[in-house]
Design a protein around this ligand. Structure first.
Ligand code: NDP
Length: 241
């Protein structure tokens, strides 16, 4: 097996923790990013992880990007669909661009990134696809109809794709993180964040490493009997699939 893993949005936040956890586990990691070159280059210098820039919402860019990774590093054994954005606002004030940007980046990316790797995984009889959804895709969150819809879509996608590929040695699972201490959560106004933390039974935000540890398990050979699963990692804030 090639031991190559692609982590989208793998240069900062949860994705960076996933990239380094997979590197520690022996994978050759390709971490992608959208445009923050400075951050990506710093991450590359610090970790030695290969970085690639393309937009996960652009189907052709994804196909070209995957081709480049395969040519540079080898066949893709693990895909972590982690890249995501928020464009919050109440629905009655939301414009189509806010809706569309979030759905394209968080949900269309499931197609644009997974389609280029699935044939090879099926042919080789082994693959791991790990999708990052969200607690807000499970419970819904006011101000995030776009994000909640896209992240709920990730859960449905995961369960359906898991069934299609179960006999081919390809597992497909998803993780629903609760509130994790990253730039995305730093953008939440302080007062709102205080209220959120008060509602988390463990009394703190999660750490990116706590999500990465679960990805590392799902990527491993040990996780071959787990597919179509939704892992809830949220400090006890919400319990449902
Ligand atoms: P960050 O905002 O910290 O990082 C996002 C990463 O995704 C960056 O590397 C960014 O690249 C990349 N990215 C964004 N848009 C695109 C795009 N169009 N094409 C390619 N890459 C893109 O996010 P988090 O680490 O907080 O979140 C990671 C995932 O976890 C997301 O899917 C998010 O929805 C989900 N999540 C996060 C939670 C949290 O509390 N933080 C909770 C639940 C789920 P660049 O650096 O170039 O901008």
């Amino acid at each position: 097996m090639s031991n190559v893993a692609i982590v989208t949005g793998g240069t900062r936040g949860i994705g960076a923790a996933i990239s380094t956890a997979l590197q520690d586990a022996g994978y050759t990691v390709a971490a992608t990013y959208a445009g923050n070159v400075e951050k990506a280059e710093a991450f590359k210098a610090e970790t030695g992880i290969h970085v690639y820039k393309w937009d996960v919402a652009d189907a052709k860019a994804c196909q070209d990007g995957v081709n480049q990774v395969v040519s540079d590093l080898g066949a893709v054994e693990v895909l972590v669909n982690n890249a995501g954005i928020t464009r919050d606002g109440w629905f009655h004030k939301m414009d189509y661009e806010q809706w569309s940007a979030v759905v394209r980046t968080n949900l269309d990316s499931m197609f644009t990134m997974t389609r280029p790797v699935i044939d090879g995984m099926r042919e080789r009889g082994h693959g791991r696809i790990i999708n990052i959804s969200s607690i807000n895709g499970q419970k819904g969150q006011l101000g995030q109809t776009n994000y909640s819809a896209a992240k709920a879509g990730v859960i449905g996608f995961t369960k359906a794709l898991a069934q299609e590929n179960a006999r081919k040695g390809v597992t497909v699972n998803c993780i629903c993180p609760g509130y994790i201490d990253t730039d995305m959560v730093a953008a939440v106004p302080e007062k709102v964040l205080e209220g959120i933390i008060a509602g988390i039974p463990v009394g703190r935000l999660g750490k990116a490493e706590e999500i990465a540890a679960a990805v590392r398990y799902l990527a491993s050979k040990d996780a071959g009997f787990m597919t179509g699963a939704v892992l809830t990692i949220n400090g006890g804030q919400y319990y449902a699939n």
